[in-house]
Design a protein around this ligand. Structure first.
Ligand code: FES
Ligand code: FES
Length: 159
């Protein structure tokens, strides 16, 4: 049976991209495949681990749970779009400085969620950070370092 291909325009990291894809293509698949933005990871591919977290209009979402065709006019930001050229965001620098990375598979998704939190809540409490990363699974157990890094990127220690 012939597969119907659709032409879809999507704004990714500030640039409109035109893709031909099958209707069931997810945003995560399109990012990693046609767009070659492999910073976004696919682990569970069913909304259970948050490895695939990107921003949709500035809000963190699981890219494996969203069809590319449903993105519409909303803008997508991936981990590749977070830094300003070679200038890392404070949260990216803090992940390095506070050793919040082991195998790194969960890291882009965690960075996107922590960056979104800091964007909306510049001085989060530890509890707010825990809530922001609540859906993320890290098999390497970096959570304490992720919290330390986020507090450091916020410029202070909170309770
Ligand atoms: S890969 Fe999307 S939530 Fe796990
Ligand atoms: S650093 Fe390995 S899964 Fe999180």
């Amino acid at each position: 049976m012939a597969v119907t291909m659709a032409e879809i325009v999507v704004s990714v990291n500030g640039v409109d991209r035109t893709l031909r894809c099958e209707p069931q293509t997810t945003l995560a698949e399109a990012l990693r495949g046609a767009l070659e933005l492999t910073g976004t990871k696919i682990a569970c591919n069913r909304g259970a681990c948050s490895a695939c977290t990107v921003w949709l209009d500035g809000e963190p979402v699981c890219a494996c749970m969203l069809l590319l065709a449903d993105v519409g006019e909303r803008s997508v930001t991936t981990i590749e779009g977070l830094a300003d050229g070679n200038n890392l965001q404070p949260i990216q620098r803090a992940f390095i400085d506070y050793d919040a990375i082991q195998c790194g598979f969960c890291t882009p998704g965690l960075v996107m969620s922590c960056a979104a939190l800091l964007k909306d809540t510049p001085h989060p409490t530890t509890e707010q950070i825990r809530t922001a990363i609540g859906g993320h699974l890290c098999r390497c157990g970096t959570y304490p370092h992720v919290i330390e890094a986020t507090l450091a990127a916020a410029g202070g220690v909170a309770e």
